[in-house]
Design a protein around this ligand. Structure first.
Ligand code: GUN
Length: 284
């Protein structure tokens, strides 16, 4: 079975849209995205975030800055947004230019408005099992997995990749569901053997078609986070971290690229923005 991320994301957006519709016109969630420089993939991501935010009724603003902005000025812009009562979610699109310290920028964002879930307060809350803002991509993967396997208790899950954006928070979400989680990465020996024992594989490494059909068992569920541009027969194609064409008939379920995790990431950003709005509204 192919997991239809596009459809599941649409259902989630519809739910968010109907929740926002019930709010008074003068009090709707607001999301501000900061985009620095001309990074081509970031331009596309940000355009999509803005489009879908507006579609569900979130007031979305994109602040664009030149590549040369100083760290000091960027921090001041974030502080202004922290204090702006019309802004409930703040997202600084990554990657940042080399002269800007990413860690310091993330820590400048008010944790309650940190819709990316990258601030150490949110990272700590997630790993402690407290209420937290959860990073959008692993949260989207989690929703896809739960659609296919509602009870994950005791399953062997393998997370490929150990990034702060995906691998680590994904692991926390699966641990909370009582999975036995193995994280594999570039220095892991026998990745193939470890995957052969997995009930669930989440591939988030950024290596085109790395997971092969002889790595997986027939009852496995596979979630593909990768977005890799490759050239096949002189044509550019986007593929995931999983060798989809040779695997999809052999496993229980698999998410495609595109149309799997991608749409879920954006829907979860909208959900996090509504969550931030609700948290802030409760505090006031
Ligand atoms: N760049 C690529 N993915 C992401 C993401 O999830 N959040 C942000 N802020 N930047 C990104």
């Amino acid at each position: 079975m192919i997991i239809d991320g596009k459809k599941i994301a649409e259902e989630l957006r519809d739910k968010i849209k109907s929740d926002i519709k019930k709010l008074p016109d003068n009090n709707k969630p607001g999301l501000t995205v900061i985009l620095i420089g001309e990074h081509p993939a970031s331009q596309i991501y940000v355009r999509n975030k803005e489009k879908f935010a507006n579609e569900v009724g979130i007031k979305s603003i994109v602040l664009r800055f030149d590549e040369s902005i100083s760290e000091e000025n960027l921090k001041n812009e974030i502080k202004k947004l922290n204090n702006d009562s019309n802004v409930h979610g703040i997202l600084v699109q990554l990657p940042l230019p080399k002269h800007i310290n990413q860690k310091d920028i993330i820590q400048t964002i008010d944790p309650i408005k940190d819709v990316d879930g990258f601030h150490p307060i949110n990272v700590g809350n997630l790993s402690s099992g407290n209420d937290a803002m959860v990073p959008c991509t692993p949260l989207g993967c989690y929703y896809l997995i739960k659609k296919v396997i509602p009870n994950l208790s005791g399953l062997n899950a393998v997370v490929i990749g150990r990034s702060n954006i995906n691998g680590k928070p994904m692991t926390q979400l699966l641990l909370k569901e009582n999975c036995t989680v193995t994280i594999v990465h570039s220095k892991t020996r026998n990745i193939e053997e470890i995957c052969k024992n997995a009930d669930l594989i989440i591939a988030a490494v950024g290596k085109a078609q790395m997971v092969k059909s002889n790595w997986v068992k027939s009852s496995a569920v596979i979630i593909d986070v990768g977005i890799n541009r490759i050239e096949i027969d002189g044509k550019n194609k986007i593929v995931g971290d999983v060798d989809f064409d040779n695997i999809y008939g052999k496993v229980k379920s698999i998410s495609p690229v595109p149309g799997g995790v991608g749409p879920m990431t954006i829907a979860c950003l909208l959900e996090n923005t509504l969550k931030a709005f609700n948290k802030i509204s409760k505090k006031i």
